[in-house]
Design a protein around this ligand. Sequence first.
Ligand SMILES: Nc1ncnc2c1ncn2[C@@H]1O[C@H](COP(=O)(O)OP(=O)(O)O)[C@@H](O)[C@H]1O
Ligand SMILES: CC(=O)N[C@@H](CCC(=O)OP(=O)(O)O)C(=O)O
Length: 284
Amino acid sequence: MKNEEMALLFSEATPYIQKYHGKTMVIKYGGNAMINETLKNAVMNDLVTLTLLGVRVVLVHGGGPAINEMLKKVGVESHFAGGLRVTDDATMEIVQQVLAGKVNKDLVAKLRGRGVGLCGMDGQMLRCTELDPQLGHVGEIVHVDPTLISSLLDSGYIPVIATVGMDDLGQAYNVNADTAAAQIAIALKAEKLVSMTDIAGLLRDKEDEATLIPEVEVSEIEGYKSAGIIAGGMIPKIGGMADAIYQGVHEAVIIDGRVPHSILLELFSDRGSGTRFYRRSHHE
Ligand SMILES: Nc1ncnc2c1ncn2[C@@H]1O[C@H](COP(=O)(O)OP(=O)(O)O)[C@@H](O)[C@H]1O
Ligand SMILES: CC(=O)N[C@@H](CCC(=O)OP(=O)(O)O)C(=O)O
């Protein structure tokens, strides 16, 4: 990069650095975008950069593919309904082991001493009840207690959260990571919710990236749903985006986690990518 380009980059970033300084950002990193170690390392490096720029970063992670792999290894069959994993006792055990164990600690290890790995059971952060008896131990979040997250942020750490919650009796629940990230963002009164996934954003035709929908006004979501555009893992993702916007999170976007440094480009440049959600009355 030429010196001039470098200088331009910094001057373009300055207003954004100012805007996000001291603000809370909830970043959801989907299992499907954890393609390889190099990319995971790059994403975690970017999160450290964000904290050095004064952003209060909360990482909420998925791990669907890693759960699938382990379930296959131990011979437990798995099904999804409406984008959610049907979770019986055996599945719940694996979800807890993989999500709150391996996936969580692998990410913590890449945050160069700044990460603290937690799951929704810690500090009763994600209090759950059963969402639907047909889905088994899939949790509906009834309360988010952000105390533990806030105290870690105040101490300069990056909380790394696996979305396993529990009820008052200690029963574990499997919570979709996008749903949890949105509820956590709401409870923290976050400035921004970013979901990093393995696709360019919400597409009209999911096989064709040229059909990217760059902006969605939240009241349009129902129309997209009835047109069958939103399917599979996109269902809880879009639901989370809408909840966040309706409940006071200022910005919510889905970006392509496979693109190197997509999070830095989204936050600090004019080249916003992916799909941005907004509410008309709040649209600048
Ligand atoms: N309209 C759509 N636009 C984009 N992706 C879609 C759409 N409908 C369904 N999808 C699917 O949603 C997937 C992303 O959700 P998911 O697999 O849960 O990823 P993550 O692990 O990042 O949460 C995409 O890879 C795509 O296959
Ligand atoms: C209830 C439910 O579906 N839970 C998810 C939790 C992990 C997740 O959401 O991971 P991704 O973000 O990688 O999809 C699951 O069991 O796969």
